[in-house]
Design a protein around this ligand. Structure first.
Ligand SMILES: Nc1nc2c(ncn2[C@@H]2O[C@H](COP(=O)(O)OP(=O)(O)O)[C@@H](O)[C@H]2O)c(=O)[nH]1
Ligand SMILES: [Mg+2]
Length: 311
């Protein structure tokens, strides 16, 4: 093998592995791509910006290959300390963060503005190899997509020569297409996790995520943004998992919306999350939810630290 030929698992027979962070604006399709790669609806996806609050690892396995993906919150400058912490978590991936490579997802269905400029500038300065993924090209014709790609390269000339790919993450085959593109960039390395692991996140983590997903699906506007789900207990019995969670909101008005008329909304949230947790755990799940008013939690450093948002 000459030095320049691409390194593939087939050509060397050696094990390849790497940590790959997925970054981009809120709503650009990071979690959708991860789910497509894993073939599972693992990460929560929604049209609401900032659906992903915390980094989540998803693990892609093949016989001689393991790629650990880190799904991140969207890079967005919001007004709360929470937004600030999420911004830091995501942009820290571009610094010396233990990842081998960064996937920068660009949403082609939206215009490039300040937010894209901010991210692109940070990506330009990153210490890591970068792959650019132009997503949502199903929203346009091919000439339009090429024109937009050109616009991107002119706006961010330092990124023009980076390896890049156009894709629609919602397309069923996108995961496979993307992995085939990515695999040549993954170095020789050890297997970090057992080959049948899909994630290193706990059932506790997913319980909170799936309750959040139901909150997003059943409430509107500011309410889902003002909610933080804290798992208070998770007991794994042989044929039933018992989960209790506090949902923190910022006002009594939000609490009333979350509970709904005669408890209808909170009951829907609970049942939806129970159903999803049953799918994930394989056993019956019973969830108890308590709604608490924790004023200004999104701006309380102590609370955010305890909730795992801040360093
Ligand atoms: N049309 C289209 N929509 C997409 C595509 N990828 C993601 N979406 C949608 O964009 C929204 C945000 O996706 P999500 O994965 O949650 O974005 P994230 O915030 O970057 O993780 C969801 O409504 C997705 O269904 C795509 O390739 N094409
Ligand atoms: Mg996401």
């Amino acid at each position: 093998m000459t030095e320049k030929s691409p390194v593939t698992t087939e050509s060397t027979g050696e094990f390849h592995s790497g940590f790959v962070a997925i970054i981009g604006r809120p709503n650009s399709g990071k979690s959708t791509l991860l789910n497509s790669i894993l073939g599972e609806q693992l990460a929560i996806v929604s049209p609401m910006p900032q659906t992903t609050q915390k980094n989540m690892r998803g693990i892609y396995n093949e016989e001689n290959l393991q790629i650990v993906f880190v799904d991140t919150p969207g890079i967005h400058k919001g007004k709360h300390q929470l937004n600030h912490e999420m911004y830091n978590v995501s942009t820290s991936m571009l610094k010396d963060s233990g990842v081998d490579l960064v996937i920068y997802i660009v949403d082609m269905s939206r215009d490039f503005g300040d937010e894209e400029d901010d991210i692109a500038t940070k990506v330009e300065r990153s210490v890591h190899p970068i792959i650019i993924l132009f997503n949502k090209v199903d929203q346009m014709t091919l000439p339009e997509a090429l024109e937009k790609q050109d616009l991107f390269k002119k706006r961010y000339p330092e990124l023009a020569e980076k390896p890049q790919l156009m894709l629609s993450a919602i397309n069923e085959t996108s995961g496979e297409v993307f992995i085939n593109f990515l695999r040549t960039f993954i170095p020789v390395g050890p297997q970090f996790y057992p080959a049948d692991d899909l994630t290193d996140a706990s059932l506790r983590f997913f319980a909170a995520e799936y309750i959040r997903k139901e909150i997003i699906a059943n409430t509107h506007e500011e309410v889902p943004h003002a909610c933080y789900v804290e798992i208070m207990s998770y007991t794994e019995g042989e044929d039933v998992h018992q989960i209790t969670a506090d949902i923190h909101v910022e006002s009594t008005g939000q609490k009333a919306i979350l509970i709904g008329n005669k408890g209808a909304t909170i009951s829907k949230i609970r049942k939806g999350a129970e159903w999803k947790m049953r799918g994930l755990s394989g056993v019956k799940c019973k969830i108890e939810l308590f709604v608490k008013v924790t004023k200004h939690w999104r701006d309380k450093k102590g609370f955010l630290k305890e909730a795992g948002f801040a360093e």
